[in-house]
Design a protein around this ligand. Structure first.
Ligand code: DX5
Ligand code: ZN
Length: 221
C-alpha cells in the first residue's frame, strides 16, 4: 500500500494554544506538521518565524516539521529554520536568485529540499532540479491564505509531475497544498500526490481524529 502522509497546516490552528494544537493533531493521526511561513512581501500575508519552530521543538514536538517558505529572499530563512529544527524546507523558485544554490543550502543543513510550484508556475522549473529534490510541492491554491477553494486544474499538473518523478527513478515525494478536503483528497492521490497539506479542513473541525480518519479512509479506498 502506498504510504500517504497527512500534513496539517498550523496556519489554521489556534496560535494561542499552538503546542497543544500540534499535540492534538499528531495524536489524531497526522504524520507531519506543515509550517506556512509568509513574509507579507512574497505573499500578501504575515505569519511566523523560526522562533515558533524552535519553541515547538523546545516544547517537545519530535514529528517532522515541513516548512513552506512563502518569502523573498529565501536563503537567510532557510538557514534560520534549519537551525530551529525544520525537517523539510520548500521554497518558491521565483523567490530565489539562485535556485540550485538554495536547494544545496537546505540539504547542507541536513533538511529535505522541496520546490513549490504555484498554479501558474510551469514544470520547466523541474528540468534542472528534479534530480536534486527530495520532494515537489504543487500548490492547489494561490499562496497566502488558508480556507481557499481547490483549483481543479491541479489534478492534471499532479499527473504530469508524477510522470516526471517516475521517469527520474528517484524516491521523490509529491505534496499537494491548498483546499484539500475529505471529498477531494482521493482525486489528488489518484493524480499522483502522496503527501497532503490540510489546514482549514482539519483545524476547523472539533474532532481532529475523525476528519483525519475520514481522509485516510478515502486514501485507502
Ligand atoms: C497557502 C498555504 C496552504 C494553506 C492550506 O498559502 O500554503 O498550506 O495554509 O490551507 P487550507 O488547507 O485551509 O487550504
Ligand atoms: Zn503551505
Amino acid at each position: 500500500m502506498q504510504p500517504y502522509f497527512i500534513a496539517p497546516s498550523i496556519l489554521s490552528a489556534d496560535f494561542a494554544r499552538l503546542g497543544e494544537e500540534v499535540d492534538a493533531v499528531l495524536a489524531a493521526g497526522a504524520d507531519v506538521i506543515h509550517f506556512d511561513v509568509m513574509d507579507n512581501h512574497y505573499v500578501p500575508n504575515l505569519t511566523f518565524g523560526p522562533q515558533v519552530c524552535q519553541s515547538l521543538r523546545d516544547y517537545g514536538i519530535t514529528a517532522d516539521i515541513d516548512v513552506h517558505l512563502m518569502v523573498k529572499p529565501v536563503d537567510s530563512l532557510i538557514q534560520m529554520f534549519a537551525e530551529a529544527g525544520a525537517s523539510m524546507i520548500s521554497f518558491h523558485p521565483e523567490a530565489s536568485e539562485h535556485v540550485d544554490r538554495s536547494i544545496q543550502l537546505i540539504q547542507s543543513h541536513g533538511c529535505k529540499a522541496g520546490l513549490v510550484l504555484n498554479p501558474a508556475t510551469p514544470l520547466t522549473y523541474l528540468d534542472y532540479t528534479l534530480d536534486k529534490l527530495d520532494y515537489v510541492l504543487v500548490m492547489s491554491v494561490n499562496p497566502g491564505f488558508g480556507g481557499q477553494q481547490f483549483i481543479p486544474s491541479t489534478l492534471d499538473k499532479l499527473k504530469q509531475v508524477r510522470q516526471r518523478i517516475e521517469a527520474s527513478g528517484r524516491d521523490i515525494r509529491l505534496e499537494v497544498d491548498g483546499g484539500i478536503k475529505v471529498d477531494n483528497i482521493r482525486a489528488a492521490a489518484e493524480a499522483g500526490a502522496d503527501m497532503f497539506v490540510a489546514g482549514s479542513a482539519i483545524f476547523n473541525q472539533t474532532d481532529y481524529a475523525q476528519v483525519i480518519s475520514q481522509m485516510r479512509t478515502e486514501l485507502n479506498k
